[in-house]
Design a protein around this ligand. Structure first.
Ligand SMILES: C[S@@+](CC[C@H](N)C(=O)[O-])C[C@H]1O[C@@H](n2cnc3c(N)ncnc32)[C@H](O)[C@@H]1O
Length: 258
């Protein structure tokens, strides 16, 4: 069985070309969204698909209680260790979960992972799982890549090749697009292959990530269909003023628990 890049938390961030400052900027924007859309202080938050919860680690230092949900034992172990177990991270699938926690004031789902839920049933059960632990009026912020240029490929096709360094470790990356059925809801199936050159020998990882095509209007429909949420705002590129149609990289959908 192939290994996953999520088994190597230190390396996955470099592979995704993330800079540490991005997380800080996202947390600042999260707080501004809460100020704008919530008329109460945020004391308890839930980080969905939290990984090692880099956003949660910052919020925790600001005195906010944080819990998270993720399925990767390695990422969870790192998140627990970094927070000295102060972040309660539950090993659960995001598609359907229950956690023994009091209601949260806000929840968030960062790092463009929301579109991996591709069936309507998974999306509905996900939103209902979140709604169970979010107080009425609470805010759920979801960040999503701008999806455009859907390309229906007939065969697995190399998209790009690159190398990165994570400390002293060289990582060779190949990214592929895989065929999608004409009748699926998918924007793409993204395959990420990494050859990690550890001193003890190379390790190959392969992650196959189906990505559902999600634009603001789809998110609005999904939220309404769940019966638990409504879409109250969309923001482009961490800005309150940039029109959504001018979004360059990522946009945020802001859902409110009804
Ligand atoms: C790109 S990482 C983002 C982690 C973190 N939110 C961050 O910003 O660094 C995506 C995370 O989603 C988790 N994940 C992916 N599919 C999942 C699923 N079906 N259920 C639970 N967690 C999942 C992975 O284990 C991984 O930690």
């Amino acid at each position: 069985m192939s290994r996953s890049i999520y088994e190597f938390p230190e390396i996955f961030r470099r592979v995704h070309m993330e800079q540490p400052v991005e997380i800080t900027r996202e947390v600042i924007f999260l707080r501004r969204v809460w100020e704008r859309h919530l008329n109460r202080p945020v004391r308890r938050v839930l980080d969905i698909a939290c990984g090692d919860s880099p956003h949660g680690q910052i919020l925790l230092r600001d005195g906010i209680a944080v819990a998270g949900v993720d399925r990767s034992p390695t990422m969870i172990a790192k998140g627990r260790a970094e927070s000295r177990n102060a972040i309660h991270i539950y090993r659960r699938p995001i598609e359907r979960f229950r956690i023994p926690e009091r209601l949260f004031d806000a929840t968030f789902f960062m790092s463009e992972t929301f579109p991996i839920m591709v069936t309507n049933a998974d999306l509905m059960s996900h939103l209902r799982s979140v709604a169970r632990v979010l107080r009425r009026g609470g805010i759920y912020c979801i960040d999503i890549d701008r999806h455009d240029g859907i390309e229906l490929v007939r065969k697995r096709k190399l998209w790009r090749e690159r190398t990165v360094r994570a400390g002293s470790v060289l990582v060779e990356i190949r990214e592929f697009h895989r065929p999608i059925r004409w009748d699926s809801t998918l924007h793409s199936i993204y395959e990420l292959e990494c050859r990690i050159h550890f001193p003890a020998g190379p390790v190959l990882t392969r992650d196959i990530i189906p990505v559902r095509y999600i634009v603001p209007a789809t998110l609005e429909l999904i939220a309404g269909a769940s019966g638990c949420f409504k879409l109250i705002a969309c923001y482009a590129d961490l800005s309150f003023t940039k029109p959504i149609e001018r979004c360059h990289g990522r946009w945020w959908g802001i859902l409110q628990r009804v």
